[in-house]
Design a protein around this ligand. Structure first.
Ligand code: PAF
Length: 280
């Protein structure tokens, strides 16, 4: 695997390659990331991964400074798996040589709700860096995890609206044995919090069962799920039932008619904010 830190080196490595499959990450790689790389390998050649902790997508009170940076370990893991041909690991000056005054602002009805409401500027930061990374790597396909469901939709919409020649592939959420979705932020959890963290997925599954019964309004379902977590000490940002196609609230008739739905949740356990979702 070639490890490159500048855009020029990256372009030199990829000259003439038209079938690049790309996996953008912020590093601290775990098995979910490695599984995205495997999927990329099935859909393109060569596979390029990036590791870049993007300051533009962190709010002033978020964890940019303490976000785990483990480049040497990450390189070792990628070398072992042998799926990635080029790892692009730029520093902040390489990606942002000057203040990023042109930014991609996703529409409010997609980028301003849920994560966008609780993390203002997050999707502007994500869209902008993903567009920049696409411009550097020029992939034919790119793989994103479904754990960041709204992010996946924002990126898909951005590609469609800007006619980017990149196909966005979605990888199923990878979970630990107890159901907790793998995330670099899980490492912030204490041992007790880690044991409790599995309740998030369990609550998503319970809500899914109740959605399938078709007897409840979204408001009832959301209230009950938020209360169940709140009673166990979680601080819930949102726990909502939405339509897969646009993340808007379904009517009870749509629920009964089998509209494809997704339950999305974000909640804090102690200082750690976790997100997860489950399709219905
Ligand atoms: O999901 C992530 O790791 C990041 O949001 C991404 C897509 C790499 C952009 O920084």
């Amino acid at each position: 695997m070639k490890v490159v830190h500048t855009i020029q080196e990256l372009r030199d490595q990829l000259r003439g390659q038209l079938q690049v499959a790309f996996v953008p990450t912020m590093g601290n790689l775990h098995s979910a990331h490695l599984s995205l790389m495997k999927m990329a390998r099935q859909h393109g050649d060569p596979v390029v991964a990036s590791i870049f902790v993007n300051p533009l997508q962190f709010g002033p009170n978020e964890d940019f400074d303490r976000y785990p940076r483990t480049l040497a370990d990450d390189i070792e893991k990628l070398e072992r798996e042998r799926d990635v041909y080029v790892l692009f690991a730029p520093d902040v000056n390489e990606m942002y040589p000057e203040p990023q005054s042109f930014q991609i602002q996703p529409p409010n009805d997609l980028g301003g709700i849920l994560e966008g409401e609780f993390r203002p500027g997050f999707f502007t930061g994500v869209s902008t860096v993903v567009l920049k990374l696409f411009s550097c790597v020029q992939p034919r396909v790119a793989v994103f995890g479904k754990k960041d469901y709204q992010q996946l939709m924002v990126v898909r919409n951005m590609c469609r609206q800007f006619q980017l020649p990149v196909e966005i592939l979605a990888h199923e959420t990878v979970r630990d044995e107890d159901g907790l979705a793998l995330s670099s932020r899980n490492r912030y959890l204490s041992a007790d919090e880690r044991a409790e963290a599995a309740t998030l997925y369990a609550t998503l599954q319970q809500m899914r069962q109740r959605v399938l019964q078709g007897d409840y309004t979204p408001q009832q379902l959301e209230h009950d799920a938020s209360k169940a977590l709140g009673d166990r000490g979680w601080d819930v940002d949102y726990f909502v039932l939405r339509r897969q196609r646009d993340l808007l609230e379904p009517t009870i008739d749509e629920i009964r008619a089998g509209e494809p739905l997704v339950i999305l949740a974000a909640a804090k356990l102690g200082e750690t904010r976790l997100i997860d979702n489950l399709e219905v």
